[in-house]
Design a protein around this ligand. Sequence first.
Ligand SMILES: N[C@@H](CCC(=O)N[C@@H](CS)C(=O)NCC(=O)O)C(=O)O
Length: 238
Amino acid sequence: MIVLYAFGPAFGLPDPSPFVMKTQVQLAMAGVPYRSERGAPMTAPKGKVPYIHDGEDRLGDSTFIRAHIEKEYAFDFDEGLSAEQRAQAWAIERMLEDHLYFALIHARWMDDENFAKGPAHFFDAVPEDARVATRSQARERLRQNLIAHGLGRHRDDEIVELGAHSLAALSALLGNKSYLFGDAPCGADATAFGMAASILTPFFEAPLRRRAESHANLVAYRDRMMQQYYAKAANQAA
Ligand SMILES: N[C@@H](CCC(=O)N[C@@H](CS)C(=O)NCC(=O)O)C(=O)O
């Protein structure tokens, strides 16, 4: 059975990572059974979470995990989509993962209050004498990552504007459909759900969240998919 290494529920979400939620939803879409364990970047094949173990296979990165499910479990996440729609789905994913994600990270890690109530707690288990230093080193590493990406070179309000542009694009692409390409969810819906849920969580106060909330169709989409893929787990836990 697949073992999915994740962070575990946090910030009012099934997982603080949009990439973990994407993989959880894709495993559910494919009907592939798995069990979850706590993972950590330092034990991950590519230094990031999520990653999976499936027999002898050890794979990092949500996109390669998806490819593994498609190949090993003969499941096409984009069944019924034309070649053009598949290309659009890929472009949407890249916008969300390689652009919008960094605006999300900026909102969580670079805002002092959000950092203190959220990511700072990732380091609570670090021995007390090293905790403060470890926290601020991790935050500084994230700041440098944002600068290397490019988004972190802009002013805070400019970062929000750029992120909001991607949110508006996602909302326009979704329109009044249930899912990105119609009545049935495809692979990119898992990505879009993970990112929308991460930004919309009421746990963090952020201008980016307010901009996401201004798109009623994105809020309804998050609610619909949360209900569809997580209600059973929530009911079992209750
Ligand atoms: N491209 C990766 C991105 C995964 C990713 O960025 N994971 C973050 C959490 S959201 C992480 O593990 N960061 C830890 C680190 O950079 O040290 C994927 O699709 O899985």
